[in-house]
Write a protein that binds this ligand. Structure first.
Ligand code: DLL
Length: 429
């Protein structure tokens, strides 16, 4: 196994020692530098010096999105403000925004973990990386950019949008690597077809897709269309940005967590109790090296499970299919948009685009799934398959929905993170 960093070859015991050392230092810095952490620790009756082993972590309080909102903009910083090198914002669509801050050291750590992600996916110095994650406050664009640069790639900082130009640049500059949300990759694929270009002839060989859930169906759609290898990259602004965990070429299917910087736990989302390896629950992260804004037991709301290490000493996590707050409860039945995506990909005449629309009729919630036929599909077959999808959703998920089939291009395309659910329940029916 060819690795990027020495720590990827360390023993588990060495990794645990390093984690404890780093966690102790991080808690001490958070307590000394941030009055909010000090107040939280004091209220929970714990001091940084109570962390004598990694098992003691469970005694420390969680940090939630609400804590970040209350601390808006920079009250969770543990360093003097003039030492901040960068500020980003979390992509929350509802409520008050939250911002996150980085020192120069944090930017270097972040670049390094993203470089490790790229390397683990097979990227090498000298390759060209087309970056179509949005640049700006979102961590995707600049996070990917600095990581690719740190690895020694030639970076093409395209950002999201202007899909026609994306295709043009891929064709002209011939990058081997693309970093983009999987839903926007599908929009790029549509554009290739619209221009009558053969995307299989494109130079792309490696894709790092993340920032949103994407199914195995979506993976094979992208891999088959472009003849590239699609890898999952995970991260969140509050913890650093992209680069917290990565699907490695030598351990496909799950994501290796860069545990030397981000310590994972899985908890029961109801009780907050830590769960054993292998149990499904909510992912929680504690940063180990972050200076500007250390994060202690951050509740991500992402649902997954921890899995044993393979090859590297770091534990892995299952791909994130859902967030606890994505769950729709329709007439008492839990429904995640990703479940619909899994089923949709089984139909050859339906395009890989969908939107879940919620409406209220009387007192009942109605769900309409908007799908569209593939451009070249037989319209009768597409209609049959849309009906069949409706039946399949009822029989496998247990909720009655209406599947509405539109023409090719009728479902809104994403330019970044896809918006899967449109809630029209407050509108008059
Ligand atoms: O989305 C960081 C990122 C950028 C990750 C580019 C990967 C690639 P936020 O905007 O703060 O940060 O959103 C974080 O997005 O809690 C997950 O719910 C979701 N998410 C991120 N990566 C994945 C993934 C960036 N690979 C939130 N699979 C997280 C599923 C993901 N969900």
């Amino acid at each position: 196994m060819e690795v990027y960093d020495a720590i990827e070859r360390a023993t588990v015991a060495d990794l645990r020692r390093l984690q404890l050392e780093r966690m102790q230092a991080s808690f001490a810095a958070a307590y000394a530098g941030c009055s909010r952490y000090r107040a939280k620790f004091d209220a929970a009756g714990v001091k940084p010096s109570d962390l004598k082993s990694l098992d003691d972590l469970r005694r420390f309080p969680f940090t939630t999105k609400a804590d970040l909102r209350e601390a808006y903009p920079l009250d969770l910083c543990a360093v003097p403000k003039e030492t901040l090198a960068r500020i980003h914002a979390s992509s929350g669509t509802t409520g008050q925004p939250t911002v996150v801050a980085y020192t120069r050291g944090d930017v270097a750590t972040w670049s390094d973990v993203v470089a490790r992600c790229l390397h683990a996916a097979g990227a090498r110095p000298g390759m060209k990386a087309h970056i179509a994650y949005g640049y700006g406050l979102f961590t995707g664009g600049l996070g990917a950019h600095y990581g690719a640069e740190a690895l020694g790639c030639t970076v093409i900082p395209v950002s999201g949008g202007q899909t026609e130009r994306q295709v043009r640049l891929i064709e002209d500059l011939r990058p081997e690597i693309i970093m983009v949300t999987p839903s926007y990759m599908l929009a790029i694929l549509d554009e290739y077809r619209r221009q009558g270009l053969d995307q299989r002839q494109s130079s792309l060989r490696i894709g790092l897709f993340g920032a949103e859930p994407w199914s195995e169906g979506m993976r094979s759609e992208i891999e088959t269309a472009f003849g590239l290898q699609a890898f999952d990259i995970y991260g969140l602004s509050e913890v650093i940005g992209p680069g917290v965990a990565q699907e490695c070429a030598d351990a496909p299917g799950e994501l290796t967590i860069w545990e030397d910087h981000f310590y994972p736990e899985i908890i029961d989302p109801e009780t907050g109790e830590p769960l054993p390896e292998g149990a499904a629950g909510e992912l929680v992260f504690t940063s180990l090296t972050k200076q500007a804004m250390p994060i202690v037991r951050y509740r991500t709301r992402d649902l997954t499970k921890l899995l044993p290490a393979i090859g590297r000493p770091m534990r892995r996590m299952a791909r994130v299919g859902a967030r606890s707050d994505d769950m729709l409860i329709i007439r008492g039945v839990n429904l995640f948009p990703s479940q619909i995506e899994e089923l949709l990909f089984g139909y050859s005449a339906l395009a890989p685009h969908y939107e879940v629309e919620l409406r209220r009729q009387g007192r009942l919630d109605q769900v309409r799934i908007r799908v569209e036929s593939r451009p070249a599909a037989n319209p009768r077959l597409a209609a049959e398959q849309a009906n069949d999808l409706e039946r399949l959703i009822k029989s496998t998920i247990g909720v009655s929905v209406g599947v509405q089939l539109g023409s090719a291009g009728s479902v809104m395309r994403s330019q970044g993170k896809a918006v899967r659910v449109v809630d029209r329940r407050a509108e008059p029916s």
